[in-house]
Design a protein around this ligand. Sequence first.
Ligand code: 5GP
Length: 197
Amino acid sequence: MRPLLIVMSAPSGAGKTTLCDRLLQDYPEITYSVSCTTRAPRGLEEDCVDYFFLTPAAFAERVAAGRFMEHATVHGNRYGTLREPVEEALAEGQSVLMDIDVEGAAQVRAFVETLPAGHLMRDGFVDIFVRPPSLAALRARLDGRGEDSEEAMEIRMENAAGEMARADEFGHQIVNDHLETAYRELVEVIEEAGRAY
Ligand code: 5GP
């Protein structure tokens, strides 16, 4: 497979993490892009593995130094992808998987479009939006997780509606109604992109 820059976005609860984890397991040639964030670690999350957990000041420094390929504020916290590890992985022939929000995805898309045809990041760019079957189904899934307060849930649902409204910006959309089917569709998109250029 040729190196790909894979960007996946979805409202939280759409099952994106499960799909990403499975893809990473099945394709050792795909590296997960570890993002920076100003939010606090949750549960068993580890620094440098799940995220680079930064203070707001450390995050702002990296913004000022132009070290981010994209960055955005999501649910009140800042998130960003450092340019360097992505470029390094691609240069080594690895594919990179970025799990980022729709705003970050739009920034990466705009950036790769400035690159000349033939550039690895431009030719290998694949953007995928994972949709829940409906907002009601998403709400039911998040309720099932039981992780959120009513207020946090409202914020998530509002955010989800906003993100779904931008789904058409993506080159590919996958509806995650049934996990096996969604995963098969994801693999098809990746395989096709990996051979197509
Ligand atoms: P969580 O805090 O639940 O891990 O992630 C919240 C949201 O932030 C998710 O939609 C995730 O895709 C997004 N996100 C994670 N890392 C990045 C990043 O580096 N850049 C952007 N723009 N969004 C990110």
